[in-house]
Design a protein around this ligand. Structure first.
Ligand code: DC
Length: 240
């Protein structure tokens, strides 16, 4: 059976990675969380005094860009590709509030984006990939067979993020988390370089009132239909 590319874009904490992981497991596809790549770069910048209070030392970052190596290694236990920064597993550290509050400034820099997009295209070139982010359907894989644009009510997203953080032992107020999330959405949609926007051919998924299971079922059906059409098309072109 053919394989396709699934591009999932949308606002912060809309459940993009939850959906992407579940799809990848059901379909036996590779899941790539592109936000994790920008977060790993943000860790490097925080550790090396390249960013402070969201202010980036651009010249220092340009000098260091070649020293930042970000890649994924598939973990057979968690069954996901986990992110590494210069040989160090940083999957846990990338989820901290400190990283969340600084990553938008890093991901708005053209040279950082260009470096990450080269890696993303390389990983996804063989198809059979589910990639989530902000510019996957509009820029990284404009020819992806399925593009989803995810959204949900801000309070619902805030609560989900708060639950995720507290499950990891990080406690914050509802208002702090909501503010951080809304600021990130603002930065991501208004930046100059490939801002978050809905691709014309994306399907909008608002999951405020639907369960993860309902959402997964809906998207699996979309993929099933797409694969059927693709295989029918391939058969008919072979015959003629
Ligand atoms: O999805 P996330 O919250 O882990 O993303 C972290 C940040 O990286 C977020 O502010 C948006 C940015 N990002 C981006 O600009 N482009 C992507 N393809 C993925 C994430």
């Amino acid at each position: 059976m053919s394989k396709i590319t699934v591009a999932i874009d949308g606002y912060s904490s809309c459940g993009k990675s939850t959906l992407a992981k579940a799809l990848a497991q059901k379909l036996n596809y590779n899941y790539i969380d592109t936000g994790a790549m920008y977060r790993a770069v943000a860790i490097y910048c925080l550790r090396n005094d390249i960013i402070k209070d969201s202010l980036v030392d651009y010249d220092k970052l340009m000098e260091s860009l070649n020293d930042i190596e970000v890649y994924f290694v598939y973990n057979t236990v968690t069954k996901t590709s986990e992110v590494f920064l210069n040989g160090e597993h940083v999957e846990k550290e990338i989820r901290s509030m400190q990283v969340a509050n600084n990553v938008s400034s890093i991901s708005s820099i053209k040279e950082v984006r260009e470096k990450m997009v080269i890696l993303q295209r390389e990983i996804g070139k063989g198809k059979g990939v589910i990639m989530d982010g902000r510019d996957i359907g509009t820029h990284v894989f404009p020819d992806a067979e399925l593009k989803l644009f995810m959204t949900a009510d801000n309070d619902v997203r805030t609560q989900r993020r708060l639950d995720e953080l507290s499950s990891k032992g990080e406690y914050h107020t509802f208002d702090d988390v909501k503010h951080s999330l809304e600021k990130r959405d603002y930065d991501d949609t208004t930046r100059k370089e490939n801002p978050l926007s809905q691709a014309d051919d994306a399907i909008v998924l608002d999951n405020t009132d639907i369960s993860k299971e309902e959402q997964l079922e809906f998207v699996l059906k979309l993929i099933d239909d797409l694969l059927l059409t693709k295989d029918e098309f391939n058969k008919s072109t072979v015959k003629h």
